[in-house]
Design a protein around this ligand. Structure first.
Ligand code: ADP
Length: 136
């Protein structure tokens, strides 16, 4: 159905990630690709200056390991991609660089149930140039 699907996962919400990854596996073409993505958030310069050297590199490595474990646990073949920056902007950039046909995103943390959709998901829905499926 879809050739390239981006699945952005927040590492604090791995169970939601497992759910949208499984959904992506069902919706991709037989020869399609799933890109499992995490964005390590940039810190403002005034905070970053006080942090130990290598902290971002460690966070990137940790994210890659967690995403790899997630796809293995779900038994879904996927390309793992980790970027740093602002989550919504990087999710949109990845979708455009890969010419993705679909982004599947979770709506928000379950405990924030009075909100329709989280801020990252909201920005992705508003600005994506491909289809976006929001898992609520
Ligand atoms: P909340 O405010 O509840 O965290 P968000 O809109 O930030 O809601 O998150 C909703 C979804 O957006 C996540 O489940 C995930 O799919 C995606 N997302 C959020 N942050 C990131 C991130 N840093 N990297 C990749 N995906 C993310």
């Amino acid at each position: 159905m879809y050739k390239k699907i981006i699945v952005p996962v927040d590492l604090d919400q791995l169970e939601r990630g497992a759910r949208i990854l499984t959904m992506a596996a069902a919706l991709r073409d037989a020869d399609g690709q799933v890109i499992l993505l995490n964005v390590v958030e940039d810190l403002p310069g005034y905070l970053a200056i006080d942090l130990p050297v290598g902290l971002i590199e460690t966070a990137l490595k940790d994210a890659r390991e967690k995403l790899t474990a997630l796809k293995d646990r779900c038994g879904v073949e996927a390309r793992v991609e980790v970027r740093s920056g602002a989550p919504a902007r990087e999710i949109l950039a990845a979708a455009s660089e890969h010419s993705a046909a679909l982004v599947i995103i979770a709506s928000h943390r379950p405990d924030l149930s009075n909100y329709f959709i989280g801020s990252t998901a909201d920005r992705v829905v508003r600005h994506a140039t491909c289809a976006v499926l929001v898992d609520r």
